[in-house]
Design a protein around this ligand. Structure first.
Ligand code: G3H
Ligand code: 13P
Ligand code: ZN
Length: 311
């Protein structure tokens, strides 16, 4: 059965681990992720962005996720809207079978963020659906909203109690130095998340589940594979895995991963094309791409999230 994240987050918070929230856009991605999570007996969040919904169609994605749910009946899986940018989009996902939605008004004023989030929460809760909100802005691309480098702002811990009290959201995404995409830090610098902000937030709202966006680690083996086989991604750098692990031990209960899926697939498809120039059956090159997603997700569950065996 599809579940909400309530139980998952409670256990993750108390157990010092996090649930992986992986972005899904097609069947092979859903298969790779769910096969890894089911073999490792890990709870799972599958998340769909506005762009994914436009690419694949709401119904296709819901039915594909439902197929995974029926193949793995013992696995708690939540279906989540990533970066909902309006009440209407959230409502459409709530009415259309999602068990969790994010309303992202982080680029708006505090008051507008509170107002829209509160409206989404009231509707979602009346339907048994949970809501993630965001305070602070990450650099990078969140669907249509591009936050330029330098324009991002860390979450101000002094605002979180009022925000949670006023909105009654169920989890909160905060900005502590991560960003979306494959270029998170300048080459040669020493990436450091602001754990002082995370700790201060948790001191003010103890027991409340925190979400980390932009949490891909950009594995260099995929970047090298892409660059070796005709791609051009110099200087792609992600969040160090030990820092993600540390965040998971603290109050971070949900870690969002999309770019690493893209890199795993693209690297392996490029390699396949280079090594088999005469092949043209999509099943041939999607097979190693799907296997790479599975292996990458398994690695995250075991070594970064700590969610193996937690169902
Ligand atoms: O945070 C953004 C996610 O990586 C989703 O990306 O909007 O291109 O589907 P997308
Ligand atoms: P990455 O780009 O680091 O994978 O972040 C994904 C994300 O935050 C989706 O909401
Ligand atoms: Zn995000």
């Amino acid at each position: 059965m599809l579940v909400t994240t309530t139980e998952m987050f409670k256990k993750a918070y108390n157990g010092g681990y996090a649930i992986g929230a992986f972005n899904v856009n097609n069947m092979e991605i859903i298969q790779g992720i769910t096969e890894a999570a089911s073999e490792l007996k890990s709870p799972l969040i599958l998340q769909v962005s506005k762009g994914a919904r436009e690419y694949a169609n709401h119904t296709y994605l819901v039915k594909l996720v439902e197929a995974a749910v029926s193949l793995y009946p013992d696995m708690p899986i939540a279906l989540h809207l990533d970066h909902g940018d309006s009440f209407e989009l959230c409502k459409s996902c709530i009415d259309g079978g999602f068990t969790s939605v994010m309303i992202d008004m982080s680029s708006k004023s505090f008051d507008e963020n509170v107002e829209v989030t509160k409206k989404v929460v009231e509707y979602a809760h009346s339907k048994g659906v949970v809501v993630e909100a965001e305070l602070g802005t990450l650099a990078g691309i969140e669907d249509d909203v591009k936050v330029e480098e330098g324009k991002q702002s860390y979450t101000d811990p002094s605002t979180v109690e009022e925000f949670v009290d006023k909105t009654h959201c169920d989890s909160l995404a905060i900005a502590i130095g991560t960003s979306h995409g494959a270029y998170k830090f300048k080459p040669g610098t020493n990436p450091k998340l602001r754990f002082d902000i995370l700790e201060e937030v948790s001191r003010r709202i103890p027991g409340f589940p925190i979400v980390l966006h932009g949490a891909s680690s950009v594995p260099q083996e995929f970047v090298e594979m892409i660059n070796k086989y005709g791609g051009n991604m110099p200087g792609a750098i992600g969040v160090p895995e030990d820092q993600l692990r540390h965040a998971a031990e603290l109050s971070v209960c949900k870690i969002n991963i999309d770019s690493d899926i893209r890199l795993a697939m693209t690297g392996n498809i490029r390699k396949y094309f280079a090594e088999h120039p005469d092949h043209f059956d999509p099943r041939q090159y999607l097979k190693p791409a799907r296997a790479a997603v599975k292996e990458m997700v398994a690695h995250k569950i075991k070594n970064v999230l700590g969610s193996a065996g937690k169902i």
